[in-house]
Design a protein around this ligand. Structure first.
Ligand SMILES: Cc1cc2nc3c(=O)[nH]c(=O)nc-3n(C[C@H](O)[C@H](O)[C@H](O)COP(=O)(O)O)c2cc1C
Length: 191
């Protein structure tokens, strides 16, 4: 079985179930101090490939760039399934990121320009009111187009752990998948 095809099917079912986690994942990385970091991100599908869209000024950009492997966790409560993926990454074509960026709501667009022209994502500011004023005040027509810092990574999973809690036997069904020479090798795991 191809676990990525299965993940796409499970996400489709979760979307049909109006699962609030259907489009989300948790991405874990390691920072410059060798400490673990994790955050929720939208897990996108670009064609049949999984991708993350993020701003290049963010700490996670640096972390993902400097470590060869990231861990991505997907939990779909409405289908009772967890995936843990170890992935290498590859940049999404900037043209595709820019096209998708045009569909973003106004404030996230302004925020992306704020990161680019004023202050990097995740840095601290003196107070929230000035921050909100500075972001909402960015109305230059140039800001209708994606900044250079809007970027994306394709995920290239090479190890997948799928845990299905919904097995009628009551014993959770867990499988590991390793990509060996382009072919997924499957193993049954103790849940
Ligand atoms: C439901 C949800 C979805 C999110 N989606 C994204 C996303 O797609 N891209 C993003 O950069 N941050 C997203 N965030 C915010 C991140 O979790 C995080 O706070 C931010 O990216 C800063 O992370 P960093 O300091 O590790 O770079 C999302 C947060 C939540 C709660």
């Amino acid at each position: 079985m191809n676990p990525i095809e299965q993940l796409l099917k499970d996400r489709e079912q979760a979307r049909a179930n109006e699962d609030p986690c259907a489009n989300l994942c948790t991405v874990a990385s390691v920072d410059a101090h060798n400490l673990p970091q994790a955050r929720t991100l939208v897990l996108r599908e670009v064609g049949s490939r999984l991708a993350l869209f993020l701003n290049q000024t963010s700490p996670k950009w640096q972390q993902i760039t400097s470590t060869p492997v990231i861990c991505v966790v997907v939990w779909l409560p409405s289908v009772n399934v967890q995936y843990r993926l170890q992935c290498r990454v590859e940049p999404v074509e900037k043209r595709l990121v820019d096209e998708s960026w045009l569909l973003r709501p106004r404030i996230p667009k302004q925020l992306d320009w704020f990161y680019t022209t004023r202050q990097a994502q995740s840095t601290s500011v003196a107070d929230r009111q000035s921050l909100v004023e500075a972001i909402t005040g960015l109305n230059d027509p140039e800001h209708e187009f994606a900044p250079r810092t809007a970027r994306g990574w394709y995920l290239k999973p090479f190890h997948v752990d799928r845990l299905d809690l919904a097995n009628p036997s009551g014993v959770h069904d867990r499988h590991g998948y390793a990509l060996v020479a382009g072919v997924w090798q499957e193993a049954v795991l103790v849940p």
